[in-house]
Design a protein around this ligand. Structure first.
Ligand SMILES: *[C@@H]1O[C@H](CO)[C@@H](O)[C@H](O)[C@H]1NC(C)=O
Ligand SMILES: *[C@@H]1O[C@H](CO)[C@@H](O)[C@H](O)[C@H]1NC(C)=O
Ligand SMILES: *[C@@H]1O[C@H](CO)[C@@H](O)[C@H](O)[C@H]1NC(C)=O
Ligand SMILES: *[C@@H]1O[C@H](CO)[C@@H](O)[C@H](O)[C@H]1NC(C)=O
Ligand SMILES: *[C@@H]1O[C@H](CO)[C@@H](O)[C@H](O)[C@H]1NC(C)=O
Ligand SMILES: *[C@@H]1O[C@H](CO)[C@@H](O)[C@H](O)[C@H]1NC(C)=O
Ligand SMILES: *[C@@H]1O[C@H](CO)[C@@H](O)[C@H](O)[C@H]1NC(C)=O
Ligand SMILES: *[C@@H]1O[C@H](CO)[C@@H](O)[C@H](O)[C@H]1NC(C)=O
Ligand SMILES: *[C@@H]1O[C@H](CO)[C@@H](O)[C@H](O)[C@H]1NC(C)=O
Length: 504
């Protein structure tokens, strides 16, 4: 029952589309997946205590004197005129002995920043950069122009409503690194949550004015794992030291990987209902594949997965109706998402002057900055097919529970705000996956499903469950703020202000 294997097919779609951008074709994904599958050690049940990593907050804080000032960005090369907010970036050491440090980029709100909440944004992968994707392509204040050298302002930037930290996590992603290379082999959900927590408490020491500020975590994709796990560490650590160390008020997860079984079922149903798969393959998959647990030995299922992959053709699976990146085609409008954006970001962030302005890569890392680095995690093949594999660091992703629903249930009882949102044209983690995962919780509806509005149009649909809100974004793919910036900003505003999206 090639449950994981369905991702082969999803990832094939990506492979096909992304190699246009990168000319990256020298891999046989099926062979690769099979190798990866044989290494899988699926954990079938997740005990709540496995991530109950209460940390002694005092022990983990190092001196931050003078570092805030050092991290202040004068200005980014090629940034537009009239930037009205402060920007900071630099490293926070999370393990002084190993020499492990995480890179962050922080933007304050242009107006009244001291009364606006603090938000941590996390991209997924695992192995993808919250700075390159989150800040420069999705919700940050700037986007990179085609020249790869200059920036333009994103008028729907989320720092309009909050002060936002973009964290490159874990070590090995983007500019974040460890001086102890064997650390990379210890990467996994557990380590990611702990390091992110240690990052936060040290960062708050560096920016003490934010210590009691309302705090939210938002992110997408594999951050559907990172976010609840980090929230749990925060709450457990508070309990452990018997005080509120971080004023966590809520979490938001977009097109998130939450639960394996419902992700696979959701993907299959989405592809069939969106006319991306013929009946016979759909029936082949549903009658031959067991969606509950990864199994590589099921050749019959695997065969249907391959057929499904071929049946789709060459589409951009992160946004199924979008054009592919093609450097010879023209995108004029700044309001239309340019599918080649990642290439421009890549050039920009690999420019030495840009790295200098960002206080990044001070240790001369022996590989270039990449939007995603390779971790051997099968589930998100579709993400790591984006990588050009130039890191040459063989890293293994350790623990990765098949579901984080038990953690989400625990968080629901804790009283924090929990939002799950989904762009409804994403083929990588389709909206059906989120809906099935929520249904698995079997929770009561408080506010029935309704259309919400943005600029006079339906922006999507929302439903309020007991202690959990679900919102769709109409016409958005995986990277919601990239494809529907105006709708995404309304969604984000509603989330941080604790209101459902506007019904009119
Ligand atoms: C997480 O890491 C901590 C410390 O390294 C360890 O004690 C714990 O057992 C780990 N938990 C899991 C689920 O791997
Ligand atoms: C990693 O090693 C370099 C070179 O020795 C050093 O400058 C840097 O501070 C170390 N990083 C950390 C986080 O300790
Ligand atoms: C800033 O806050 C003040 C006082 O709360 C308010 O009057 C003003 O409109 C706010 N400005 C902006 C741009 O939000
Ligand atoms: C990391 O793990 C890989 C595969 O198990 C191994 O080949 C490599 O030597 C390890 N690297 C380090 C630095 O421990
Ligand atoms: C926790 O803190 C509260 C108030 O600060 C105090 O009343 C209570 O005794 C503390 N509990 C423990 C177990 O220390
Ligand atoms: C995996 O699939 C094979 C072939 O269909 C089957 O024999 C085996 O029982 C399955 N394993 C699990 C754990 O379900
Ligand atoms: C890219 O666009 C050009 C011009 O529209 C077109 O001729 C070419 O076939 C496209 N290339 C690919 C690989 O789609
Ligand atoms: C770091 O800088 C070195 C040059 O000193 C460069 O070769 C490398 O690509 C850079 N790496 C990253 C991750 O920015
Ligand atoms: C919702 O939260 C309340 C209060 O925190 C709790 O008593 C209740 O059990 C929660 N319900 C669910 C379904 O999580």
């Amino acid at each position: 029952m090639a449950t994981y294997a369905l991702f082969i097919w999803i990832s094939l779609l990506c492979l096909a589309s992304l190699c246009l951008c990168y000319g990256w074709i020298d891999i046989n994904p099926i062979k690769y997946v099979n190798e990866e599958l044989s290494k899988e050690r699926p954990s079938t049940s997740l005990s709540r205590s496995s991530y109950g990593l209460a940390l002694d907050t005092h022990a983990a804080i190092g001196s931050q004197d003078g570092l805030k000032k050092k991290d202040k960005i004068e200005s980014l090369p090629g940034q537009p005129h009239g930037v009205e907010f402060d920007q900071y970036s630099g490293y926070v050491t999370v393990d002084p002995e190993a020499g492990r440090a995480l890179f962050y980029y922080f933007v304050e709100s242009p107006h009244n920043s001291s009364s606006k909440p603090l938000v941590l944004w996390l991209n997924g992968g695992p192995g993808c950069s919250s700075f390159g994707a989150g800040a420069m392509m999705e919700l940050g204040p700037f986007r990179v122009n085609k020249d790869g050298k200059t920036l333009y302002q994103n008028e729907y930037a989320w720092n309009i409503d909050a002060n936002i930290i973009f964290l490159e996590s874990p070590a090995g992603v983007g500019f974040s690194y460890s001086n102890t290379t064997s650390d990379y082999n210890l990467s996994g959900d557990n380590r990611t949550a702990q390091d992110s927590y240690i990052f936060l408490i040290n960062w708050l020491e560096r920016f003490p004015e934010y210590k009691t500020r309302e705090f939210f975590i938002a992110g997408e994709s594999y951050a559907g794992h990172y976010i609840p796990q980090l929230a749990q560490v925060i709450l457990h650590s508070d309990k452990y030291v018997n005080r509120t160390v971080i004023n966590l008020r809520g979490i938001a997860m977009g097109n998130a990987y939450i639960d394996f079984e419902t992700t696979i079922k959701g993907a299959v149903d989405f592809y069939w209902t969106h006319a991306l798969m013929p009946d016979e393959i759909f029936h082949g998959l549903t009658s031959n594949c067991d969606f509950t647990i990864p199994n590589t030995s099921d050749k019959v299922c695997l065969d249907f997965v391959n057929q499904a992959a071929n049946a789709v053709g060459n589409i951009y699976s992160y946004d199924i109706y979008a054009p592919l990146c093609n450097s010879s085609s023209k995108f004029h409008s700044a309001s239309t998402f340019d599918p080649c954006s990642e290439n421009y970001i890549n050039s920009y962030l690999n420019t030495p002057q840009v790295q200098k302005a960002l206080h990044a890569n001070a240790t001369s890392l022996p590989y270039p900055w990449e939007s995603c680095r390779h971790f051997s995690l099968l589930v998100f093949l579709n993400f790591y097919f984006m990588h050009r594999n130039s890191g040459k660091i063989n890293r293994l992703w350790g623990d990765k529970p098949l579901t984080v629903l038990p953690i989400i249930q625990e968080l629901m009882v804790s009283g924090i705000r929990i939002w799950i949102y989904s762009g409804d044209t994403d083929g990588a983690l389709p909206v059906t996956c989120s809906r099935y995962a929520i249904n698995k919780l079997g929770i009561l509806i408080k506010t029935t499903w309704y259309p919400w509005y943005s600029q006079g149009e339906v922006g999507g649909y929302a439903v309020g469950f007991q202690n959990l809100t679900f919102v769709t974004v109409r016409g958005a793919g995986h990277f919601v703020p990239s494809y529907q910036p105006a709708r995404a900003l309304i969604l984000f505003s509603s989330f941080v202000n604790g209101k459902l999206p506007p019904p009119a």
